[in-house]
Write a protein that binds this ligand. Sequence first.
Ligand SMILES: C[S@@+](CC[C@H](N)C(=O)[O-])C[C@H]1O[C@@H](n2cnc3c(N)ncnc32)[C@H](O)[C@@H]1O
Length: 362
Amino acid sequence: MTPLLALLKRRIAAEGPITVARYMAEALGHPKHGYYMTRDPLGQAGDFTTAPEISQMFGELLGLWCADVWLRLGRPNPVLWLELGPGRGTLMQDAWRATKAVPGFHQAVRLYLLETSPVLRQRQATMLEDAGPCWIERLADLPDGPLLAIANEFFDALPIRQFQMTETGWRERLIAWDETNDALSFALAPNEDPAVHLIPSSVRQAPPGAIAEFCPTGISIVSDLGHRIGSAGGGAAIIDYGPLTSAAGDSLQAVHGHEFADPLDRPGENDLTAHVDFQTLARAATEAGAVVERLETQGDFLTNLGIAQRATALRANASASQCAAIDAALRRLTGTASDAMGGLFKVLSLVSPGLAPDTAAP
Ligand SMILES: C[S@@+](CC[C@H](N)C(=O)[O-])C[C@H]1O[C@@H](n2cnc3c(N)ncnc32)[C@H](O)[C@@H]1O
């Protein structure tokens, strides 16, 4: 039994079943036993690999997207550059290098990293020494001002609430202790919770047995970003996996050593994630004052930014084996095969009103 499982067992015995959101928050962020508090989970030796760890092209293009928004804003100085959940700092290191040649950009930038993991903060400090970042634990700690924000695989790590449709209406999915099997198990709340009204309206009509999810923290963060971008100017690119339109379904998943695991097994030892509901995020950001520039697949986003041309430029000075690696990375980042990210991952790009072409509200 992991230390966190023992702790949760005691807590459930004392206080009763907990929400899925509480379980996720503890499993990922418990100050002593939380998954992100104790390790660097990225890379071949870890549990999963992300786009910036696959190729430098990913961070470079996102950096140039941010610099382009800054130019379109009229080169504000200072401008806040925020990465949410920067992992090892690889994305920002590539973005920083790629934007070095944009006149005045680095002089104007104040770099902020929203990160809870002490282990990953240390890696980020080494990777981003030249950029002089400041770390924050919550968005409220960010000063006011024009803002450029990037979040890759950050929103999928935020706690979700789950609800199941029953013959008598929506009931919150809880996590209880199963004495027979001496393990965690799913249960349902006996009564309706007022929060069911936050389930996206298109999902609320789902039949009995259906699962609905929403992410209160994600909605709150994107609303804050939308408000800042709408009032002070700026842009944000949110990249993650999930559907373009809200849908019913249980997307809570655990990964360990690049394999799927049982989400209720070994809390604190597995990565836990849920699909990102891009339609809901887009609506929250729009209501807060930002404009949706585009909501599209990662493949389309990177292709529009010129990833094929960047790959060609990199190949020009590369050995045969490096060329093969560049081609493989290009396929993995933009392709739609089952092992590729191009179709599965989506990008929500937000900008301040006036910077985007006319876009219908989501
Ligand atoms: C899946 S990793 C993605 C890392 C990086 N963006 C990349 O693409 O390689 C999630 C990142 O979000 C951070 N994180 C997770 N939950 C967080 C929270 N509630 N607040 C701040 N950072 C968080 C993790 O420590 C980690 O840096």
